[in-house]
Write a protein that binds this ligand. Structure first.
Ligand SMILES: Cc1cc2nc3c(=O)[nH]c(=O)nc-3n(C[C@H](O)[C@H](O)[C@H](O)COP(=O)(O)OP(=O)(O)OC[C@H]3O[C@@H](n4cnc5c(N)ncnc54)[C@H](O)[C@@H]3O)c2cc1C
Ligand SMILES: *[C@@H]1O[C@H](CO)[C@@H](O)[C@H](O)[C@H]1NC(C)=O
Ligand SMILES: *[C@@H]1O[C@H](CO)[C@@H](O)[C@H](O)[C@H]1NC(C)=O
Length: 368
């Protein structure tokens, strides 16, 4: 029945996780269609560029905080039980500097750097670091057990789980919402899930002009830091950041970064690259144990990814859109900024609830 046909648009961490969660409902027939797929590296595709780790940043009362809370148990379970998903546990050390209050990066990490944060009961092994354990430039510090996801393994793993659950996967570009149902394997669908990330700002139909890029530049190196490290800012301007995380299973160590609002530049900025590496070695000398110098870093590659920012935060919402042929339900799931992995399952569960509500309402009343 076409009312149980669902098209998921987008194969980033949000589209794939949502398709996987929906695929557990055997009454749904799901096709995922996307312009980019795991394995691709493109400036329009944020997910492969992420670290990715789990550092809670949701503000009180926000969707993000609820999604982070709902996501941790899932990521924790996958990390513990499914080695082939490419996630491992890592200690996460977070350092606060008083002078970063109010900067772009300082605002992003506002909740993270508190010494009494909301997530101290969510993340295991939370503790306050002693002053002697802090880098000289930092005023406060905490540590907790988190994860680092090797996105080059995890995204294909998610895709594989979808295939196993009979989700059809297709390559395609949707130019207008009304085209989406025709991409379903049956040629028709009554629900479209919109997980287009940053490109929600560019598609035909209803364009969301509050979606914009938050540019992140990173380096991946072979050196091993021992733990993940993050500071609330740097001395190189309000949009520059310092974070270090080692990916699971030989994925290398991601060193970042920056959060440049409204910047679409896909090219690596070489002087920023130098600052990124220098800051990492300064905060984490164990990255370069022999000389303490940047030249000891063995670089795999530099990269740029654009975080899908949205002025009012993540949008998870249903919308009835009248097209020429039919009324179409669109369930939106975009605007995950710098936290798409750590909010992925929470977002997907919220979309699942919306989809089931639509499908059950559409269903003809059961005959008694
Ligand atoms: C440098 C960097 C570091 C990050 N670190 C972390 C981290 O440590 N932890 C964390 O949780 N998050 C992190 N993030 C954020 C995270 O990467 C994003 O929030 C997440 O990837 C967003 O996923 P998405 O599925 O919404 O978007 P995307 O991954 O961009 O996927 C969008 C998908 O939609 C498809 N699409 C778009 N338009 C169309 C169309 N018209 N037709 C068909 N398909 C279309 C694209 O092809 C793509 O497959 C980081 C991001 C960056 C850039
Ligand atoms: C979805 O519908 C197509 C076309 O009828 C069918 O071939 C496929 O097996 C269905 N998939 C699921 C998971 O029901
Ligand atoms: C996704 O939502 C955005 C913002 O409303 C819109 O521009 C875009 O057309 C939607 N895409 C799909 C495939 O529904």
């Amino acid at each position: 029945m076409s009312q149980n046909n669902v098209v998921v648009v987008g194969a980033g961490v949000i589209g794939l996780t949502t398709a996987l969660v929906l695929s557990k409902h055997k009454n749904l027939n799901i096709t995922l269609v996307s312009k980019h797929m795991p394995g691709d590296y493109d400036i329009e595709y944020a997910s492969p560029w992420a670290g990715a780790n789990f550092m809670p940043v949701g503000k009180e009362g926000s969707k993000l905080r609820a999604f982070e809370r709902a996501t941790w148990p899932e990521i924790d379970r996958i990390c513990r039980d499914i080695p082939e998903a490419g996630i491992h546990y890592q200690e996460c050390k977070v350092y606060g500097r008083k002078k970063d209050e109010g900067t772009a990066v300082g605002i992003w990490f506002q909740e993270l750097i508190k010494e009494d944060p909301w997530f101290k009961d969510l993340m295991p092994e939370f503790k306050i670091l002693d002053k002697s354990e802090l880098p000289p430039s930092c005023n406060t510090g905490t540590s907790f057990k988190s994860v680092c996801i090797n996105t080059a393994i995890y995204l294909p793993w998610l895709l594989g789980q979808c295939l196993k659950n009979n989700v059809a996967i297709k390559r395609g570009i949707i130019n207008h919402i009304s085209e989406a149902p025709s991409h379903h394997t049956t040629g028709t669908a009554s629900v479209v899930i919109n997980c287009t990330g940053l490109m929600a700002s560019k598609l035909g139909g209803v364009m969301d002009t509050t979606v914009y890029p938050g540019r992140g530049q990173i380096a991946i190196v072979r050196n091993e830091p021992g733990a993940m490290h993050t500071t609330s800012g740097t001395d190189d301007g309000p949009e520059e950041a310092m974070y270090i995380m080692q990916r699971a299973a030989g994925g290398g160590t991601i060193i970042g970064g920056c959060l440049q609002h409204g910047n679409w530049d896909s090219q690596v900025d070489p002087s920023l690259a130098n600052r990124i590496l220098q800051r990492a070695v300064d905060i984490c000398p164990s990255l370069a144990p022999k000389t303490g110098k940047v030249t000891e870093l063995s670089i795999i590659r530099h990269g740029v990814g654009l975080r899908p920012m949205r002025e009012d935060g993540i949008r998870v919402e249903k919308e009835l859109i009248g097209t020429r042929d039919q009324d179409l339900w669109v369930v939106h799931g975009y605007g995950h900024a710098g936290y798409g992995y750590q909010s992925s399952f929470g977002s997907a569960f919220a979309m699942e609830e919306l989809v089931l509500g639509i499908v059950n309402k559409n269903a003809p009343k059961a005959k008694l």
